[in-house]
Ligand binder design. Structure first.
Ligand SMILES: [Zn+2]
Ligand SMILES: [Zn+2]
Ligand SMILES: [Zn+2]
Length: 498
């Protein structure tokens, strides 16, 4: 998911112009934006690599000094900033759910291997978190899929329907000092809490390009685009939710992630760590957006890289912790001091920094699967596939399959159908997965893209696909208790035990 808010961190500056905003505007000329549009088929967010961080005449704007008032050991608190709910809401049309340009947009492309998890919960007996909660082993939750009310055996106790129930965190819109409007936590928020859904118009790639151009012509300075999935974008520029007011930070307390809800993919803002009341809610635009110019950053964090924009998912300094963890390089990056600094030129994955990738053990698996589902970066994806490929640990491979590994591979082979390296890596990975039955192969519909690989002109790819199909052909489909019967069995068991 990439969000392109080409304007800046000051979405409100159209109505609340301040000297700082004017400077930012000089840096962000609408004509320049066109040059930075993503290509037709962005396999990786395109960034203005060619545009270095803006040189500014006065050094005091280039290194925004953290306000002394905010000097602290804990997080920055902005409880004293004025509320701006009403003014902020006049700048856009608020909608509760996404509007789809066509009914085919926003559809999940994964053929999920069933949407029902194995969680069970008896009120008063088990831990309430067993009901698909944060610490549960819920397969849906771990694979970023919401339970559906009609399917989940935990019924109304299920804690994994947060988008559907609009379980938003309490927050306020405030006017910040240098960044226009922002969001402030109105209560303490635990780590991984769902904070808000990022909603807007879901549009196709050609419409995204057209809108960027039109907005520039209309003189709109702040765009709010976020990539939903390949070739699809959420545009919250003219209509959307208040999630659009979350500003950038180099050390953010939130992250965005896409979740599957029924047949749709939806984008949410989540707490990256536990957040205190009165903290500003921020996420990392450098990870989640592209197509905008570099401009000064006012996040005030010690690791501030000095500007935002012009970074990619492969810039180590700006890379999200999820990807560092999934690649298994968090400690190494820390040791080498690659994580965020104004002074040093950021190192790029594989170009200036070639990490040593180690095999997986099963506890690494959920993050790796999540990172594969979330990343827009081809390079990060190839590295993750390599990591799985060199893994011989059977427990880890089984855990990948349990966490819908075949569905993920189906998605990858479809999105990267013309990419030989990615396709070959995905086929090699699956060739190692130990299967006894054919069920997961059938359920995930992985045969379709693998058969397409078999038709490839590339001999290696063709050979790998043929072998894989032969292997799967040799397996039998195990009988499964139909879901309805299973529900009856479960409820009768519950009746007996109660
Ligand atoms: Zn569950
Ligand atoms: Zn559930
Ligand atoms: Zn910063």
């Amino acid at each position: 998911m990439s969000k392109s808010r080409s304007g800046s961190q000051s979405p409100s500056s159209a109505t609340a112009l301040k000297p700082e905003d004017v400077k930012q505007e000089e840096i962000t000329k609408p004509e320049e934006q066109d040059a930075q549009l993503p290509p037709e088929t962005p396999s990786e967010p395109v960034k203005p690599e060619s545009s270095p961080p803006p040189k500014r005449e006065s050094s005091e704007t280039s290194t925004p000094a953290p306000n002394n008032r905010h000097r602290r050991t804990g997080p920055q608190l902005i409880g004293d900033l004025p509320l701006a709910e009403e003014e902020a809401r006049t700048t856009f049309i608020e909608i509760g759910d996404n509007h789809y340009q066509y009914s085919t947009l926003g559809r999940s492309r994964e053929a999920l291997e069933g949407m029902t998890c194995d969680c069970q919960y008896e009120p008063g007996v088990g831990d309430p978190s067993d009901a698909c909660g944060h610490d549960s082993d819920c397969i849906n939750r771990l694979t970023q899929v919401e339970c559906l009310p009609e399917d989940c055996r935990c019924r109304s106790y299920c804690q994994n329907q947060r988008f559907q129930r609009k379980e938003y965190a309490r927050m306020e819109i405030v006017l910040t000092e240098k960044k226009g409007y922002g969001l402030r936590a109105a209560a303490d928020i635990p780590k991984d809490t769902f904070i808000y859904e990022y909603v807007g118009d879901v549009v196709s790639h050609p419409s995204f390009k057209k809108r960027m151009r039109e907005y520039a012509e209309e003189g709109i300075r702040h765009f709010y685009f976020m990539m939903l999935q390949k070739d699809e974008y959420i545009d919250a520029t003219k209509q959307g939710g208040i999630g659009r007011f979350a500003n950038h930070s180099c050390s953010p307390n939130c992250y965005v992630a896409k979740w599957t809800v029924g047949k749709l993919v939806r984008m949410g803002i989540f707490a990256k760590r536990s957040i205190q009341k009165d903290e500003e809610l921020t996420f990392n635009y450098n990870v989640d957006r592209y197509g905008h110019d570099a401009q000064p950053c006012y996040c005030g964090e010690p690791n501030c890289v000095g500007y935002l924009g012009g970074k990619t998912q492969t810039d180590i300094a700006a890379m999200d912790d999820l990807y560092l963890d999934a690649l298994g390089i968090t400690d190494e990056v820390e040791k080498l001091g690659l994580k965020g600094s104004k002074k040093r030129k950021s190192k790029k994955l594989d170009e200036d920094y070639l990490p040593e990738v180690r095999p997986l053990v099963d506890k690494d698996v959920p993050k790796v699967v999540q990172a594969m589902r979330q990343t827009q970066s081809r390079k990060v994806l190839l590295k993750l596939l390599t990591r799985i490929k060199i893994t011989d640990n059977e427990a880890a491979m089984r855990q990948i399959m349990r966490l819908r590994g075949f569905s993920v591979m189906n998605n990858i082979l479809t999105d990267y159908a013309t990419d030989i390296d990615i396709s070959i890596a995905a086929l090699e990975v699956m060739a190692k997965w130990p299967l006894i039955q054919r069920n997961k192969v059938e359920d995930s519909k992985i045969l379709v893209p693998v058969q397409a690989c078999q038709g490839s002109e590339n001999e290696t790819m063709k050979g790998l696909a043929t072998k894989l199909l032969e292997y799967w052909d040799s397996l039998e489909v195990a009988y499964r208790i139909p879901k309805r019967l299973k529900a009856v069995c479960t409820s009768s068991r519950a009746a007996v035990s109660s």
